[in-house]
Design a protein around this ligand. Structure first.
Ligand code: ADP
Ligand code: MG
Length: 410
């Protein structure tokens, strides 16, 4: 994935990490691969085309079924500085929008399916540079879907006229039958299907108070022979830990953004090719690195947010085979987090506080970790998962650490 994607994610949208399959979907779009993304409501589908729309040269044409929806999105996109417009019956500035499109001055153009499929619009696109077709609420293309709209069926000739322009279909609701229909109707190959849902059932979650971290990690490495990533809080810590852990006989390397680029690339390549290497890294490691057989991820300290924890731990077990996510934390992590929050602009403090509080709940709970994580992402999981430390070995008594709460109640 190009380097500037994380920068854009942060600078334009204000997010530090992708959520769920966003990273994967954006990666596919940037690589020009046709994709159908099934993501639950609130998962952040818009970002999957808005970010590439800004990153790519040319305009992203977004097909959306409702004028109200388009204008909501338009307002939000314009507010963060994205050059966006719509061509609907209630827009008065058609001529200006068409000129902007032809002059390459638009990142996003919203249209309804009936407009998009018309000859006039197709003519317009012939005189413009189109970077991406995004088909929102793509279940509307299927008669099996709950909201069939015949106009969606007419999109195919438009898409096919621009065979080099990648197409991204998005929906929150699609059963297996509808999914298949969307793929066929929009000409997206089966391997372009990305299904989210936040649960990663093959990942076992385990949380430990830090208590002799080096020994804890050495034990972990001894028990887990496969490839693993240890996330350390600082660049210096990655190098120090890599050296110490490497003495145990395992192939261990470090990775952080401050390293000599050639060394960093070599370490990454070695890790990708290896079946037993451990990478001790800052969170700079992972973005766009798709190694399917990572067997464990360990956080040597508290992640920045519960979203970050989900994303980083989610790099384990992409092949669907059993994998473990360990988190080692100490009270001082919360003290440091609180310090970091106090240095932020006041407007951002509350949100950050909530993200750290969510982590506090995750590490302190005597109940199912997965349930806490999934509830944070708006899901409604069962009370026990059977594959986290608390479900497998219920704590005898609640580990009554009040530290997190204490440090957070400023
Ligand atoms: P959907 O279309 O899937 O229902 P939206 O695109 O409307 O979801 O996004 C839902 C919410 O999630 C929005 O408030 C958006 O700002 C937020 N969001 C999207 N991506 C991220 C992210 N990577 N980190 C944090 N919040 C995000
Ligand atoms: Mg949406």
């Amino acid at each position: 994935m190009p380097r500037d994607i994380p920068t854009l994610l942060h600078d334009i949208f204000g997010f530090t990490t992708f959520r769920g399959v966003q990273e994967q979907v954006v990666g596919r779009v940037m690589a020009g691969q046709p994709t159908l993304a099934i993501m639950p409501t609130g998962a952040g589908k818009s970002l999957c085309y808005q970010l590439p729309a800004v990153a790519l040269d040319g305009c992203c044409v977004v097909v959306s079924p409702l004028i109200a929806l388009m204008h909501d999105q338009l307002r939000a996109a314009t507010a963060v500085g994205i050059r966006a417009a719509s061509l609907t019956s209630v827009d008065a500035d058609w001529r200006e929008t068409q000129d902007r499109l032809r002059n390459g001055e638009l990142d996003l153009l919203y249209v309804a399916p009936e407009r998009a499929s018309g000859e006039g619009f197709r003519n317009l696109l012939r005189s413009a540079k189109v970077a991406l077709f995004a088909i929102d609420e793509a279940h509307c293309v299927s008669e099996w879907g709950h909201d069939f709209r015949p106009d969606y069926r007419l999109l195919r000739p438009l898409l096919d006229e621009f065979p080099d322009v990648p197409r991204l279909a998005l929906t929150a609701t699609a059963d297996a039958h509808t999914r298949k229909d969307i793929l066929v109707q929009l000409g997206i190959p089966e391997d372009g299907l990305i299904i989210s849902g936040f649960d990663r059932p093959n990942i076992r979650y385990a949380v430990h108070p830090r208590d002799g971290l080096t020994r804890q990690l050495a034990d972990l490495l001894a028990a887990n022979p496969g490839p693993g990533v240890v996330y350390a809080p600082t660049r210096a810590a990655t190098e120090k830990l890599a050296e110490t852990l490497g003495r145990g006989g395992r192939a261990v390397r470090a990775y952080h953004a401050g390293m000599d680029p050639a060394q960093r690339a070599a370490n990454q390549a070695a890790f990708i090719a290896s079946e037993d290497m451990v990478m001790v890294a800052t969170v700079a490691f992972g973005m766009g690195i798709d190694k399917p057989d990572v067997r464990f991820v360990a956080h040597a300290g508290l992640p920045k947010s519960i979203e970050g924890y989900y994303q980083e731990s989610g790099r384990a077990g992409r092949d669907g085979e059993p994998a473990i996510a360990h988190l080692f934390w100490g009270a001082e992590d919360f003290a440091r987090a609180r310090q970091r929050i106090m240095e932020l602009e006041p407007a951002r403090q509350q949100g950050e506080r909530a993200r750290i509080a969510a982590l506090g709940a995750l590490v302190e709970t005597a109940t199912c970790r997965r349930a806490i994580l999934l509830r944070h992402f708006g899901e409604n999981p069962p009370a026990t998962c059977g594959n986290c430390d608390n479900c497998l070995t219920p704590p005898a008594s609640v580990d009554a650490t009040e530290t997190a709460r204490k440090y957070l109640s400023a």
